[in-house]
Design a protein around this ligand. Structure first.
Ligand code: SF4
Length: 324
């Protein structure tokens, strides 16, 4: 079939350079092959990254007709619209040229922050095969960046370390029983906008072409971090307060006291005055009251609250016993 490949060329200094090319391709062929055919046969100056054409290198990530894809994993017949495919950069990257972007800024700096190697004090004894299963899951990540591209937090805050780095950097190392520096890694993960800034929108998991489910892994990492006594960090100190306030409310009354949750999380009186924190929550509070999600009436315990308190007491005792 004949397909018009349209490239949105960034940082293009030559206004006469072509951006539309008609190629003859098998509909079963990958979009990346169609892109390569243009470069090989019609315009060698076209800049984009890509090596393996099997989804392994994770290099060719871009948008094809507005969909964020790894183009070597997508067939032409599934991408084409009105005999054309428009190729352009993903959204959250700094362009270098055409469809090339700065990978260092987008992902590598964030990945390196997590020290993606084992800290072993010089020895790394063999471990059971099954103990490495979670590590293998993270190792399947090809660093294609689609999860970061879909991430709704990176959309508004480029400083967020993002699901790729948390998966390939933090999950992979902390799940390895040979690593000797796990607690410190969790402390570092909270010092920047990292482990505690994910809003669990599940977009990262939706975007991952390998089903690695980074959002779920981030939740798992948080559990591990809490189990080691690290509930947040300088990057997002509210996370620990929110966590403690949530548990405290359910423990005391059997369900959630939204007003108390906001007060304790944002540091309102008597938990430490923060006028800006209080003001930032006012519109949400008013909306919640209007929609019947929060009430100005005094908070009451739910029926069965005592049973819930007993469950808390049991769990807390078992934690104490473990530590002893
Ligand atoms: S977790 Fe999935 S989407 Fe994210 S970089 Fe790795 S392979 Fe790509």
């Amino acid at each position: 079939m004949q397909v018009t490949m349209k490239f949105v060329r960034t940082k293009n200094e030559d206004p006469d350079q072509r951006d539309s090319f008609v190629v003859d391709v098998d509909p079963e062929t990958s979009v990346f092959e169609a892109m390569s055919k243009v470069r090989e046969e019609q315009d060698g100056s076209l800049a984009f990254r890509g090596t393996c054409n099997t989804g392994f290198c994770g290099d060719c990530t871009c948008q094809a007709n507005g969909k964020r894809v790894v183009p070597c994993l997508v067939k032409v017949k599934d991408s084409v619209k009105e005999d054309a495919i428009e190729i352009k950069l993903i959204r959250n990257v700094a362009p270098v040229k055409d469809v090339l972007y700065d990978v260092d800024q987008f992902m590598w700096k964030k990945y390196k922050y997590f020290r993606p190697w084992l800290e072993t004090n010089g020895t790394a004894p063999a471990v059971k095969d099954e103990d490495l299963e979670p590590v293998r899951l993270a190792m399947r990540c090809t660093v294609c960046g689609l999860c970061d591209e879909g991430c709704t937090v990176i959309d508004v805050d480029k400083e967020f370390l993002g699901p790729m780095a948390l998966t390939k950097g933090l999950y992979r190392t902390t799940k390895d029983p040979r690593d000797q520096d796990t607690k410190q890694r969790f402390i570092e993960a909270g010092e920047k906008k990292g482990l505690w800034d994910c809003v669990h929108c599940w977009e990262a998991s939706e975007h991952c072409p390998w089903g690695i489910n980074p959002t779920h892994l981030i939740m798992d990492l948080r559990d591990d971090s809490i189990a080691l006594g690290v509930k947040s960090g300088k990057g997002n100190p509210m996370a620990a307060r929110h966590y403690n306030a949530f548990a405290d409310s359910v423990k005391k009354s059997g369900w959630l006291n939204e007003r108390m949750l906001a007060s304790k999380t944002y540091g309102l009186p008597p938990y430490g005055l923060s006028l800006s924190g209080m003001m930032s929550q006012m519109p949400i509070a008013l909306k919640a009251i209007r929609k019947g999600k929060a009430s100005l009436r005094p908070h009451k315990s739910r029926p069965g609250a005592r049973q819930i308190a007993k469950i808390f007491a049991k769990v807390e005792q078992s934690h104490k016993n473990k530590k002893a």
